[in-house]
Design a protein around this ligand. Structure first.
Ligand code: NAP
Length: 253
């Protein structure tokens, strides 16, 4: 796998870029040559990642954005095109999880998960598409999850949101293939980030979870990023609507 192919001259938006997998993916795109617009709500985290991108000799802009807010997402795309001179790659990575049983979960929490994970992906795709469709090229990579393909106790909202992302990926792929736009998804398994900090702090719960992973460990961000770089570059020019699962074998069981 050639994870170091050049994205020289390309411009990417990464949502949820302030920490975790989004930060790692923004840095991988920069390593491959892209300029990066960094979006999330926490400005200080984005600013720290911008410094890391600039240390790699690439341009970065920080655009504080709540992906559930249509106006803010439109502003993200407009600011990127104006500030970085274009848009070629959108990574829809922002996401939240809720780990309560359905009866304990308030409808507000259900809505928060669906709004962030599904509406956020839809809004950013729509705003970016208005630029990419007339341009006649573009790469959209949506971050799903192995939970899109598995029933998981206490995670109905999250599983439903990630299955929606897989279905949305397929639909947008066929809708925009004629415009030279490829829409694919990555489905990570367990990767150590803030999202699962509580789980990792509980050795018994962690051991139980890892028993379901044939590799018997969590993934490292650098084991996900090369797939992102492939999907963001010419290697995926004839590949669209697909979801690549990177989960240590969890869904292969
Ligand atoms: N870690 C895993 O094991 C794993 C497994 C499968 C899939 N994933 C998926 O990978 C993606 C990244 O997860 P992660 O583990 O890196 O989680 P994380 O460390 O919690 O980071 C989540 C990112 O999303 C941003 N975000 C949350 N709500 C947002 C909103 N309303 N608007 C804009 N940005 C928002 C957060 O920034 P702010 O809070 O500052 O807005 C943060 O930058 C998610 O889609 C997640 O579902 C993760």
């Amino acid at each position: 796998m050639n994870g170091t192919q050049t994205l020289d001259g390309k411009t990417a938006i990464v949502t949820g870029a302030g920490r975790g997998l989004g930060r790692a993916m923004a840095l991988a795109l920069a390593d491959a040559g892209a300029s990066v617009a960094l979006a999330a709500r926490s400005k200080n985290q984005l600013e720290a990642v911008a410094v890391e991108v600039e240390h790699r000799g690439r341009r970065a802009i920080v655009v504080p954005t709540d992906v559930t807010d249509a106006d803010a997402v439109q502003d993200l795309v407009d600011t990127t095109v104006a500030g970085l001179g274009g848009l070629d790659i959108l990574v829809n990575n922002s996401g939240v999880i809720d780990s309560r049983s359905l009866l304990e979960q308030d409808p507000t929490e259900w809505d928060r998960v669906i709004a962030t994970n599904v509406r956020g992906t839809y809004l950013a795709t729509r705003a970016a598409g208005a630029h990419l469709v007339p341009q006649g090229s573009g790469k959209i990579i949506n971050i799903a999850s192995n939970f899109a393909f598995q029933g998981v106790v206490n995670h109905a909202a999250y599983c439903a949101s990630k299955a929606a992302i897989v279905a949305f990926t397929r639909s947008m792929a066929v809708e925009w293939a004629r415009f030279g736009i490829q829409v694919n998804a990555l489905a990570p398994g367990y990767f150590a980030t803030d999202m699962n900090a509580e789980l990792r702090a509980d050795p018994e719960a962690l051991a139980k979870v890892l028993r379901a992973v044939p590799a018997r460990r969590m993934g490292k961000a650098e084991e996900l990023s090369p797939w992102l770089v492939l999907l963001a570059g010419p290697a995926s020019d004839f590949m669209t609507g697909q979801t690549i699962v990177v989960d240590g074998g969890q869904t292969a069981r």
